[in-house]
Write a protein that binds this ligand. Structure first.
Ligand code: ADP
Ligand code: MG
Length: 697
């Protein structure tokens, strides 16, 4: 029987009444099977003797004192002792029990436990477990448990024998109205009554290969084990099983989607429009781009819908690869949609497409929330009639009124900016608006998802990677500067500007005052507005600059970006809106002030705005003087590599998965006992094993 099949309600266990049942329900525990799958979050190892004298060392290792001791005295403090009458105002005295383990003495401060005076009389020998620390000139504990061995005896008769209560106690996640003691009792009972004949999902041969416990033994090990090592082994076995099941589902989905290859996958097999584009390019495709285009071609030629993630670092040329896919779809009589997370980026794509795709005879349309109603009506008609080949825009592309005649490919750029839920909604709408056959999906991302997570989050997507930048690019030089040293940075940039190059200045907020926290060491934060004025008036007077942030009118933003790209504007002062899309190979400086206010992934994206041509580029991270070690470690991580994968991993390691861009809303990450980040290595093993099994059957 499998654990999920034990459907006996928990109320069947002795001691579980209606109150307990509803408390357990809050933990999503309804059946005995659920209860057995309520795994400990930790264990309290009370198998090893830890003497009082080593309390400090023990605490550092997360252990507690665990020894046999003798009670040598009682004292009361903070009020009159019980029995002698209470002082008015009712302050009750607290009992202090003096103990020794034969080596050193310590005090047990028995807050609210006056009864211990009777149950632990002077002379008693006890088992003692507790957290100790140095206070008021002595070793003390306020958090301790005792177990009476004898009310009167000689300590030496009991040492160094086993300390009573020496067990590995599971520590469970709790909820209001439940105690560890109760859960331990019920789970032990459940194990005894229902714990036999439980089967797991991992084939026995694999258990052998990976040296794991069968399910039934693993359950016993985590809930009731004689040693910590055994408990851990049980836990590892359960983690593996969970990830094995997870990967099984993903791999199955992947295999199901795999259609029959109908087309050759060499890049020399180009459709007519693809061929035209290739001939019109002012540069050669990189090897990676060629491979990716071949992969996309093969997918597009298949009967089943493509679901592919194209990852590649900032500036690696993903857009061009996507254009090739778009052209192939158009050549086969279909329509394509290219979706961007922001208006700025959508617009930029519109212009790039006009530049690259016009020669290939592509009928383009541009659609965002801002396209006004008249133009919109015409456009929607053209889309529905099939008079448009490629629609470029924001999520408006998939709003309700939009109908396509034959949508065959949807490209989602910077997909991580959409979040999992929004992305799923887009995919669903894409399917709807396409009619019977779901379109191919291509998602693009500048690798904000670390490799260790990719399998989890994108486990059922095919992944293509552009790992190398176009040749002739010089690696960007990154410099760290503490606040106060900005002048040196400004001077450096001045030299670049006089050499005819351009620069970005990025700030964490739009206006003064916004986001300032009282008492924050870097307050007041510099803002884009304020620095735009200062740059024009004091720092670089006479050099044309423009301001871009989300509160600037869209037309003005667009004009600023165009002027910047075409060289009429030399300095672009901005917030992180320029994180995606802006493409100006002549910009060689990226100055980010209050850099510590941005996430690593965002900093990496921002830095990717420079170094897009053959010129040597520079990135300056100006950080707060109050920045602590771990913050400085983040800045240094960025300086030491320009590899987006490495940075994403580092971001993950330093900040934890919740913070990493694009996966916050990811429901994919909730598993039971396994943690896809911590257990990434096990995940990879499980995937390997699943693939091997599925390929051999
Ligand atoms: P990203 O992968 O960040 O979306 P883009 O597609 O915006 O990168 O490309 C960055 C820049 O590199 C663009 O200006 C693009 O025209 C250029 N580019 C793309 N492919 C090549 C190539 N093979 N050789 C040289 N430049 C290229
Ligand atoms: Mg891009």
């Amino acid at each position: 029987m499998r654990l999920e099949e034990i459907e006996t309600p928990v109320a069947a266990l002795a001691g579980v009444g209606p109150t307990a049942s509803s408390a357990l329900a809050a933990l999503e525990v309804f059946t005995v099977g659920d209860l057995l799958a309520h795994y400990p979050r930790d264990w309290d190892d009370r198998t090893e003797r830890v003497l009082i004298a080593s309390y400090d060392e023990a605490a550092r290792q997360g252990k507690r004192v665990h020894t046999i001791a003798q009670v040598t005295g009682h004292r009361w403090f903070g009020g009159p002792p019980p029995g002698t009458g209470f002082a008015s105002g009712g302050r009750r005295a607290t009992l202090k029990i003096r103990v020794t383990d034969g080596y050193v003495e310590a005090d047990l401060v028995a807050f609210n436990r006056p009864f211990l005076e009777k149950s632990l009389p002077v002379g008693a020998v006890i088992g003692l477990t507790g957290d100790f620390s140095w206070r008021y000139g002595g070793i003390q504990s306020t958090a301790f448990d005792t177990l009476l061995i004898t009310r009167s005896g000689r300590l030496s008769d009991y040492t160094p024998g086993a300390v009573p209560g020496s067990e590995v106690f599971p520590v469970y996640p709790l909820t209001a109205g439940l105690s560890q003691v109760q859960l331990r009792k019920w789970i032990r009972q459940a194990l005894a009554r229902y714990g036999r004949g439980i089967e797991g999902d991992v084939p026995p041969a694999l258990l052998d290969k990976r040296k794991l416990l069968p399910k039934q033994d693993a359950l016993r090990a985590v809930h009731q084990s004689a040693s910590l090592a055994e408990a851990h082994r049980g836990r590892e076995s359960l983690i593996y099983e969970e990830l094995f099941r997870f990967q099984e589902a993903i791999v199955r989905r992947t295999l199901e989607r795999r259609g029959i290859r109908t087309g050759p996958d060499r890049v020399d097999d180009l459709s007519p429009r693809q061929q035209k584009l290739l001939e019109a390019l002012p540069f050669a495709l990189t090897v990676d781009q060629q491979r990716v285009i071949a992969e996309l071609n093969a997918d597009i030629d298949r009967t089943s819908a493509m679901a592919r993630l194209l990852q590649g670092d900032v500036g690696s040329g993903k857009t061009l690869a996507a254009f090739f896919a778009i052209l192939r779809v158009i050549d086969s009589g279909g329509q394509a949609a290219l979706l961007a997370p922001t208006e700025i980026l959508a617009r930029q794509h519109g212009e790039t497409a006009a530049r690259f795709l016009d020669t290939a005879g592509v009928r383009l349309a541009y659609l965002t929330g801002n396209v006004k109603s008249r133009a919109r009506g015409t456009l929607l008609k053209a889309l529905a009639a099939g008079d448009v080949d490629l629609a470029i825009g924001t999520h408006a592309l998939f709003s309700r009124q939009v109908r396509y005649k034959n949508l065959r490919l949807a490209v989602i750029d910077e997909q991580h900016r959409f979040g999992v839920l929004q992305r799923n909604a887009i995919i669903e709408k894409g399917r709807d608006s396409a009619g019977e056959r779901p379109p191919h999906f291509l998602m693009m991302s500048a690798t904000p998802i670390p490799r260790t997570l990719a399998l989890t989050v994108f486990g059922d997507l095919e992944v293509s990677t552009i790992a190398t930048l176009p040749s002739g690019r010089l690696p960007i030089k990154t410099y760290l500067a503490r606040m106060g040293n900005e002048q040196k940075v400004y001077d450096f940039v001045r030299r670049e500007l006089s050499a005819g190059h351009q620069a970005y200045f990025v700030y964490p907020r739009i206006e003064e005052g916004e986001g300032d926290e009282a008492g924050s060491p870097d307050a007041p934060l510099k803002s884009a507005e304020e620095m735009f004025r200062k740059i024009g008036a004091e720092i670089y007077p006479g050099i044309p600059a423009a301001l871009v942030h989300s509160k600037v009118d869209e037309e003005d933003q667009h004009r600023a970006l165009t002027d910047f790209r075409e060289g009429r504007i030399k300095i672009l002062v901005a917030t992180s809106v320029v994180e995606v899309g802006v493409d100006n190979p002549n910009a060689t400086c990226m100055v980010i002030e209050h850099a510590d206010r941005f996430g690593l992934a965002a900093l990496h994206q921002l830095r990717g705005r420079v170094g897009r041509g053959s010129l040597q580029s520079h990135c300056f991270l100006v950080y707060s003087t109050a920045l602590k070690d771990d913050g400085i470690a983040r800045m240094k991580a960025l300086r030491s590599t320009t590899d987006g994968f490495v940075i994403a991993e580092e971001d993950l390691r330093l900040r934890g998965p919740g913070e990493v861009a694009g996966i916050q809303q990811s429901g994919y990450l909730t598993l039971g006992i396994a943690d896809p980040i911590r257990d990434a290595a096990v995940m990879a093993l499980a995937r390997e094993d699943v693939l091997e099994i599925m390929q051999n059957t």
